[in-house]
Design a binder for this molecule. Structure first.
Ligand code: PHE
Length: 462
């Protein structure tokens, strides 16, 4: 690690680097997307499959990105070009930076919805909606909000500015310090919600659904869904892990860190299931109510599940949306950091300037994504509005391609000594599991990521 860039930062503590990386991983993917997918794909059977994907695909790719980032000690784009002269591989890093920025432009829109719902929960609006006595009012409420020309845009801009204020403070005083504070807070709120959930009327049914596997629900497409979810949830192939690893201390054990982040990320997804399913069952909702679960079904579910205790409904709604805001904020910070680090190092500009450029561009494209649910909804490409297009292109195209290239690069092209040195910290730790990880990166992951990619594009039907 002699090539440490003079102005390149580091996390200061082991716990700080683990929490910051876990902060990137834990987000909408865990709290919003995982329960929806589990609900649609047979609950426990999906959970088991998902855990396999995390172990066999997610963890090795995470370790792969860690190796590249910590060895290169620079932003993602530069990290790859430093390691190879190969034309395609040289550009994986730039591709990762672009993917991070691209995802941020639409991820921020959903984060903004969470922020708005937190404000609504605090103002007691969901309690008022429940007085109407039917579920449709929640759907109308959500629809009116996301198609409103101003409100979602204002919340989008507030959210990105929030992340801006943290990022601008740097790696130690910004990202690490906030992760150390926000992640434990997130965990405490989750624990409170889990306890509440276990005591709701539908707890038994909800927990059985989540923990008793029904393997008849598993098809090949379920397997691909679980893999895609592992990618998204673990922040793989978006430049984040590589950028964060460049801030790791030289003592950090890469395999162990990836394992811990993977465990935290999966635990949060399971806890979200424990929070959501009992309430959904007790309010007699369909468990597969789709992506609208967090914003249409849940506000209603929280009112119904504790209908005799309105104060409990009120508090649970606030806690849940606060949780969602915290989780997305730490993910947004990590996505914001990827292009910021690139601009600052590549163009040798100050961190403040780099952060501001990213903030400005995300404000612009985030606004367009947000408006595409309302006033700009007429602009569509192959039937998708701009927001859905960002989601589709990043999830089905950029992520699997990125994952494939990273696996092939680390497995086949990278200098074996660099890999060994990074995994054993230059021979000072045993680096257990290294051989298996390399094997998975070399043979298993390229095949699987290619399948996800081809089936996502409907080129093959599985
Ligand atoms: N992993 C995050 C989630 O689960 C999403 C994310 C992707 C965050 C990439 C940062 C980078 O919501």
């Amino acid at each position: 690690m002699s090539n440490h860039q003079p102005n390149h930062n580091n996390f200061t503590s082991k716990i700080g680097l683990i929490l910051a990386t876990a902060g990137s991983a834990v987000g909408l993917g865990n709290i919003w997307r995982f329960p929806v997918l589990a609900g649609q794909n047979g609950g426990a059977a999906f959970l088991i499959l998902y855990i396999f994907c995390v172990i066999l695909i997610g963890l090795p790719l995470m370790v792969g990105e860690f190796i590249i980032g910590r060895h290169a000690q620079s932003n993602t784009a530069y990290a790859f070009s430093k390691l190879t002269n190969h034309k395609i591989f040289k550009n994986i890093g730039r591709f990762g930076v672009f993917t991070g920025w691209f995802i941020l432009c639409y991820y921020i829109v959903v984060s903004a919805w969470a922020l708005d719902y937190l404000v609504d929960a605090i103002l007691g609006r969901f309690g008022k909606l429940s007085e109407a006595g039917n579920a449709q009012v929640y759907a109308d409420y959500f629809h009116d909000f996301i198609t409103n020309p101003y409100l979602p845009v204002i919340y989008t801009i507030i959210f990105i500015l929030l992340s801006h204020l943290i990022i601008i403070r740097g790696v130690k005083k910004g990202i690490e310090k906030f992760a150390k504070f926000l992640m434990p807070l997130l965990f405490i709120i989750m624990l409170i919600l889990v306890v509440f959930s276990i005591f709701t009327e539908g707890a038994q049914e909800g927990l059985t659904f989540l923990f008793k596997p029904d393997f008849t629900k598993i098809t090949f497409s379920t397997i691909l869904t679980a893999m895609g979810q592992a990618f998204f949830s673990m922040s793989i192939a978006m430049g984040c892990l590589c950028t964060f690893a460049s801030y790791f201390t030289k003592e950090a054990n890469l395999i162990n860190t990836a394992f811990k982040v993977g465990v935290i990320d999966t635990l949060v997804a399971v806890m979200s299931g424990i929070i959501i399913f009992p309430a959904v069952f007790s309010a007699h909702f369909a468990v597969n109510s789709g992506a609208s679960l967090a914003f249409i079904a849940l506000p209603n579910v929280f009112q119904q599940a504790f209908s005799h205790l309105p104060t409990v409904s009120y508090i649970i709604s606030i806690l849940f949306y606060f949780l969602l805001v915290l989780a997305t904020l730490t993910s947004v910070i990590s996505l914001h950091e990827v292009p910021t680090a690139f601009l600052a190092e590549h163009y040798k500009i100050s961190r403040t300037k780099a952060t501001s450029i990213v903030t400005a561009t995300v404000c612009f494209f985030g606004t367009i994504c947000s408006l595409s649910n309302g006033v700009l909804s007429d602009i569509t490409i192959s039937g998708k509005n701009i927001f859905d297009l960002f989601d589709y292109v990043s999830g089905q195209i950029f992520l699997p391609i990125g994952g494939l290239l990273i696996a092939v690069f680390v497995g086949w092209s990278m200098d074996k000594d660099i890999i060994r040195n990074q995994l054993t910290n230059f021979g000072t730790i045993p680096g257990k599991g290294a051989t298996t990880i390399i094997y998975l990166l070399k043979y298993v992951i390229p095949v699987i990521t290619l399948l996800i990619f081809l089936s996502g594009l409907n080129i093959i039907k599985l």
